[in-house]
Ligand binder design. Structure first.
Ligand SMILES: O=C(O)[C@H](O)[C@@H](O)[C@H](O)[C@H](O)COP(=O)(O)O
Length: 232
């Protein structure tokens, strides 16, 4: 798999450069086909990037934003990735983007995943831009080590869909796009920051067990080149 490492002096510089690259890619998609799609991850890392991207002057009314994954919590929960994106990305210029959430108030995470699959089917595939993060355990999206549906989620022949996922390291149940939904994106970015995450990447690249470190599936089998954005 083709990996490109882009290193920056600090998180603020990375945020601006990644925002430029993503805005350029979204604008090119709008130019080419009249619309663009962006799937972003949650967590603490992307906040500065979201804030930078929110100010980029593109035709956001033609952009559909969704989440790579979501915790099975309502949008007003402090754990919600929807809330994180609403407060940091869907503002300023980007406030006119269409947002499609993954969380749905259903009796089970399985039923919520089925609804999310239906609700996101209208987003063209492949995604124009996917931004992945990575946890210290080598998870990405909600592909957590030894997750209950991990092998199905990582199946590159599997369907484009939103899947339920439960795992020891995941706190609450999760909703996640499948591997096949994410890894043929026009621009596939892995955004990680800090020396510790750099070490996790090195460990991931020194082994092959994907159940142990699911990020390996992306690093080794993604259809699209993986653009790794890193800052100390
Ligand atoms: O819902 C989530 O938490 C994310 O989608 C998840 O995959 C995230 O990218 C990693 O956990 C890294 O999180 P940090 O940026 O907080 O380290």
């Amino acid at each position: 798999m083709e990996l490109s490492l882009h290193e920056f002096a600090d998180g603020a510089t990375l945020a601006e450069k990644l925002a430029d690259q993503v805005a350029h890619r979204l604008a090119a998609a709008i130019e080419a086909k009249g619309s663009a799609s962006l799937a972003v991850s949650g967590g603490s890392t992307p906040k500065k990037f979201f804030q930078a991207l929110s100010g980029r002057k593109i035709d956001w009314s033609k952009v559909t934003v969704t989440l790579v994954d979501e915790r099975f919590v309502p949008a007003d929960s402090p754990r919600s990735n929807h809330l994180l994106v609403k407060e940091n990305l869907l503002r300023n210029e980007a406030s006119s983007a269409r947002f499609i959430p993954l969380f749905h108030d259903r009796p089970s995470v399985d039923e919520a995943a089925a609804t999310a699959t239906q609700e996101t089917a209208s987003i063209g595939n492949p995604f124009d831009v996917v931004i992945l993060g990575m946890g210290g355990d080598g998870h990405t999206a909600s592909f957590f080590p030894h997750g209950n549906h991990l092998s199905q989620a990582l199946d590159e022949e599997g369907p484009r869909c939103v899947m339920p996922m439960e795992a020891e390291g995941a706190d609450e149940p999760r909703l996640t796009f499948s591997f096949s939904s994410l890894t043929d994106a026009g621009l596939l970015v892995l955004h990680v920051e800090g020396e510790a995450k750099k070490d996790v990447l090195k460990t991931a690249q020194s082994g092959t067990d994907e159940a142990e470190m699911p990020i390996r599936a992306v690093l080794n089998r993604a259809t699209s080149p993986v653009e790794i954005y890193w800052a100390p």
